[in-house]
Write a protein that binds this ligand. Structure first.
Ligand code: 13P
Ligand code: SF4
Length: 335
C-alpha cells in the first residue's frame, strides 16, 4: 500500500531522517512564531547562540536563568537553544514536558572532560567530601553530585557549605581555582576545562589593551588564571552583560564566547565591544557546539517535534536533587 507524504515523512523521521531542506523564501521568524502558538512552545536560548536565535527566543539568559525558566514554564514544549547538558537539565526539572534540542550533537567539551565512570572512581579517593559540580556536566555526573552550581551562584553555593566540610569541585579546574581564591576554601579539583575559554591569548590581549588603553577587560571564570588576574571584572554571562550596562566605560574587551556581544550591543548601543583574541587565527571564541544550532534547525525541530531529549526516569530521579538544591540556595540569595 502506497504511503501518504505525511506517513512517509513520519516513517523517515522515526528512523532519524528528517527533511532538512528549508525553503529559502520562507520567513523563518514568522513560521517559528506560528509554531510557538500551535504547539504551545517556549524558546529558551543561551547568550552564546546566534543573534537570530536570541532574537526569536522568548527568554535569553545564562545557565542559571535558563534552568529557572525551564522549571517554571507552563509551555508544553521547551525548545532549548543551547547545548545538550542544558536541555538535559530542563528535562530533569520539567520531566513531563517535551524538550527539543535543535541539534542533538550540540555537546560541550567541559562536560565531555568528565566521564561518569572515571568521576565515580575519583570520588572514592576522597571519602567524606561533598561534591559540588558545575552545571556543565552530564546528568550522570549530576546524579553523582550533592549540589550543582553555575557561574552566577558558585560563590554562594560554596559559602553555604560548613567551613570544616571538605569539597570536591568538578569538572572545571579554572572555575574551581577561581572559587578557591575567592572563597578561601581548599577544594579538590577535577582536571576539566572548556576549549573556548582556554584559547584566549594573554599576549594578544595585552597588545590589544595597549592599543585601547581605556578598554576594560572582563572575563568569564572558565578562563585561565593569567587572564582572570588581568580582568577588571569576572562573572557569568549574565554578570558580564550587567557589568557592561552599569559600568561607565565606553569600550570593553570581552573574554568569553562571542555570542554574548549581541546582547551587549543591544543593551548599550553606544559602547564598543571587542572579542578577546584567541591564541591562533581562527574564530575559536565561537563555541563550535553552541553554534551547531541554527535558525533553520530551530524551525525544523519545532515543525517535526524532533530531536527530543529524553532521559530514563531513574536518572531524572537521581540527578534532580543536586539541581533542586542549587535552585533552593539561589532563591535564598535572591539569585
Ligand atoms: P553561564 O552562561 O552560566 O555563564 O555559562 C557559560 C557557559 O559556558 C555555558 O556553556
Ligand atoms: Fe561547553 Fe565551553 Fe561551549 Fe560553554 S563555551 S558549551 S563550556 S564548550
Amino acid at each position: 500500500m502506497a504511503l501518504s507524504l505525511a506517513e512517509a515523512k513520519s516513517n523517515l523521521q522515526s528512523r532519524g531522517f528528517l527533511d532538512t531542506f528549508v525553503d529559502p523564501t520562507l520567513d523563518l521568524f514568522a513560521e517559528i512564531e506560528k509554531l510557538k502558538k500551535e504547539k504551545n512552545a517556549v524558546i529558551l536560548a543561551h547568550y552564546y547562540q546566534d543573534p537570530d536565535i536570541q532574537d526569536i527566543a522568548d527568554y535569553v539568559g545564562d545557565s542559571l536563568g535558563l534552568s529557572q525558566q525551564a522549571a517554571q514554564t507552563d509551555a508544553d514544549v521547551i525548545v532549548f537553544a543551547g547545548v545538550h547538558f542544558m536541555a538535559e537539565t530542563a528535562k530533569i526539572l520539567s520531566p513531563d514536558k517535551t524538550v527539543l534540542l535543535p541539534d542533538l550533537k550540540a555537546g560541550c567539551s567541559l562536560a565531555d572532560s568528565c566521564p561518569p565512570d572515571k568521576f565515580e572512581a575519583f570520588k572514592k579517593l576522597y571519602p567524606g567530601h561533598i561534591v559540588v559540580t558545575y552545571v556543565n556536566c552530564t546528568a550522570e555526573i549530576k546524579a553523582l553530585s550533592d549540589i550543582v552550581c553555575t557561574s552566577t551562584n558558585a560563590v554562594q553555593i560554596i559559602e553555604s557549605i560548613p567551613k570544616d566540610q571538605p569539597i570536591i569541585f568538578a569538572p572545571d579546574k579554572n572555575l574551581g581555582a577561581y572559587l578557591i581564591k575567592k572563597t578561601g576554601r581548599d577544594m579538590v579539583l577535577w582536571d576539566g576545562a572548556c576549549m573556548v575559554h582556554e584559547i584566549f591569548s594573554l599576549e594578544k590581549i595585552t597588545r590589544l589593551q595597549e592599543r585601547h588603553p581605556h578598554a576594560v577587560l572582563i572575563a568569564h571564570p572558565e578562563c585561565e588564571a593569567p587572564i582572570l588576574d588581568k580582568a577588571a571584572y569576572i562573572g557569568s554571562t549574565a554578570g558580564l552583560l550587567k557589568y557592561t550596562q552599569v559600568n561607565d566605560a565606553k569600550e570593553f574587551i570581552v573574554a568569553t564566547e562571542a555570542g554574548i556581544i549581541h546582547q551587549m550591543r543591544k543593551k548599550s548601543p553606544n559602547k564598543t565591544f571587542i572579542p578577546a583574541p584567541p591564541n591562533n587565527s581562527c574564530a575559536c571564541n565561537d563555541c563550535p557546539h553552541m553554534k551547531l544550532n541554527t535558525l533553520e534547525k530551530v524551525y525544523l525541530c519545532m515543525k517535526y517535534s524532533s530531536p527530543e531529549v529524553n532521559l530514563e526516569a531513574d536518572l531524572i530521579e537521581r540527578s534532580k536533587k543536586s539541581i533542586e538544591r542549587m535552585l533552593d540556595i539561589s532563591a535564598r540569595f535572591g539569585l
